[in-house]
Design a protein around this ligand. Structure first.
Ligand code: SAH
Length: 239
């Protein structure tokens, strides 16, 4: 099972690798919690994680979806997309592997650069092998990277709140927020609206104001309750 800085779907990047400061761990559960099952995994920098999009299941799936890369307008086939809303709800991500850790007799694999929600069930782990997994001449279809990055600024209060949190938790909250917002997590349909958004990272609630291509982080505060300010994920629900 995944422990992740991402406490809700909104804000999670569309793929792993995009946000370097994203942190998490895979908690190893029986019968996969024997140390020897991971012997030599340390010699790999990255691993494939196969998992279940457990929070997409209740929404169901559709044969075609509207990927955010196409501005949320055009529909493509579910199997021509990486949407979480798919018939078997299985996902794959290449994440950075930081090593195994033992804590209170439990084993964890520390990972970073993930795009996985807290609580995600993991079904398999394999080493990423560039020699065969990396395809140099591959085309990316309609998935274009290199969107312009959003400019992210902070109010004084938000800046100070990040510093306080970092001191007590040891987590790089400021860098994580900046990286996430630079990627523009808003659903495609809301790209041109000026409004305030909220997202949850670890036990913190982050609010920011979106204006054109500049976001201002206005508050960073402890989460009060589960119903926070969660909004739909950037993939929409395929409807
Ligand atoms: N790399 C994966 C995921 C791509 S979709 C793959 O290609 O299969 C990425 C989105 O999945 C994120 O924006 C996040 O909102 C969503 N997500 C991550 N974990 C999830 C989960 N457990 N349940 C539902 N959605 C999840």
């Amino acid at each position: 099972m995944i422990h992740s800085c991402y406490s809700e779907k909104f804000g999670i990047p569309r793929q792993p690798g995009l946000v370097k400061n994203a942190r998490g761990a895979i908690e190893l559960l029986p019968p996969c919690d024997r140390e020897e099952m991971y012997r030599e995994l340390d010699s790999f920098s990255h691993i494939w994680v196969q998992f279940v999009f457990h929070e997409a299941m209740s929404d169901g799936w559709r044969p075609t979806v509207r990927p955010p890369w196409l501005g949320g307008q055009k529909r493509v086939g579910v199997f021509a997309s990486r949407t979480p809303h798919r018939p078997n709800y299985l996902g794959i991500s290449v994440v950075r592997y930081l090593g195994m850790r033992k804590e209170k007799s439990k084993l964890y694999l520390d990972i970073s650069e993930l795009d996985l929600l807290n609580g995600t069930p993991v079904v398999d782990i394999k080493p990423y092998v560039p020699y065969s997994d990396k395809v140099d001449m591959a085309s990316s279809g309609f998935v274009q990277s290199g969107d312009e990055l959003i400019t992210v600024v902070y109010t004084r209060e938000a800046e100070d709140a990040c510093k306080r949190y970092e001191k007590t938790s040891g987590r790089s909250l400021h860098a994580l927020i900046t990286e996430l917002l630079q990627q523009d997590p808003r659903p495609a349909s809301q790209r041109h609206k000026h409004r305030e958004y909220g997202m949850q990272l670890w036990d913190m609630n982050i609010r920011w104001l979106a204006e054109e291509s500049m976001f201002t982080v206005v508050s960073v505060a402890k989460r009060l309750s589960e119903n926070g300010h969660s909004r739909t994920a950037s993939w929409g629900d395929g409807k």
